[in-house]
Design a protein around this ligand. Structure first.
Ligand SMILES: Nc1ncnc2c1ncn2[C@@H]1O[C@H](COP(=O)(O)OP(=O)(O)OP(=O)(O)O)[C@@H](O)[C@H]1O
Ligand SMILES: [Mg+2]
Length: 241
């Protein structure tokens, strides 16, 4: 089986005057098709940076990133915009919605074409996410969690090959967080879903989880191993008190 996404020694360096910060350092990973992938690691370990590069929102300072055979690390903006619009879907920690458009109109923005089928599809997502009654509301009339679910629906509208989600459940309570994760994880029947999160519970159903530390990949673990690491670190911190 060929991998969907691969990175070859990617780095991302931020230069601030004399100082260089390595947000990513020589990260080489392979991400298979139709899987639910988690990314975890401490704050500042490069999780968002990795997502930005995989999704073509930023270019790597070094190395290469590929979608199947298509290398896009150094492509011009126009091509990257096209790549993101046609083949990727996004859910961010902060829901970006157009404030003067209703929830339904925002979701339809994600559709490649506006027709009855798109509306039906959007309707299905609203139902599945438990926000059917909110479709004619403006974002200002929605809670953070409700807005987040609108973003999830929008991300799925163009049938992307990959959905990138950066802490999509951070502003949700546990029940709503679970709802969003279940819907995202079910998407693996159609494409790969990559979720960055601080909450290992959200990754219990993941196929595999990439661990990041100090801008470097620490390799892959299973959700079971993740739970073990979490339990151990809790024991240690309790013991240290
Ligand atoms: N625009 C920037 N300029 C300079 N340094 C940056 C910039 N953005 C991020 N960094 C640095 O790059 C490193 C990785 O940041 P990144 O946002 O990828 O971490 P993260 O793992 O997503 O953290 P968190 O869990 O807090 O969201 C951090 O040390 C951060 O301070
Ligand atoms: Mg982050």
């Amino acid at each position: 089986m060929t991998d969907l996404l691969t990175t070859d020694k990617i780095s991302l360096v931020y230069t601030d005057g004399e100082r260089n910060t390595y947000a990513l350092r020589d990260v080489s990973i392979e991400i298979p098709d139709r899987k639910f992938i988690g990314i975890m690691g401490p704050s500042g370990s490069g999780k968002s940076s990795l997502l930005y590069i995989l999704s073509g929102l930023k270019r790597p300072t070094g190395g290469e990133v590929r979608l199947k055979d298509y290398a896009y690390g150094g492509r011009p903006d126009r091509e990257l915009v096209d790549l993101r619009r046609t083949r990727f879907g996004f859910v961010f920690q902060q829901p970006y919605l157009l404030v003067w458009q209703t929830a339904m109109e925002n979701v339809l923005m994600g559709a490649p074409e506006l027709h009855e089928e798109a509306r039906r599809k959007a309707q299905t997502y609203f139902d599945q996410l438990g926000i059917a009654r909110l479709q004619n509301k403006l974002p200002s009339q929605l809670s953070g969690g409700e807005k987040q679910r609108v973003c999830v629906a929008r991300a799925m509208m163009n049938d992307p090959e990959i959905i990138f989600a950066d802490e999509p459940t951070a502003s949700l309570d546990h029940t709503n967080g679970r709802l969003v994760i279940d819907l995202l994880s079910a998407y693996r029947e159609r494409g790969t879903v990559i979720v960055v999160t601080h909450d290992p519970e959200m990754l219990t159903g993941a196929d595999t989880v990439l661990m990041m530390r100090d801008g470097e990949s620490q390799g892959w673990v299973t959700p079971d191993q993740l739970a073990e690491v979490g339990a151990k670190s809790k024991t240690i911190s309790l013991g240290e008190r």
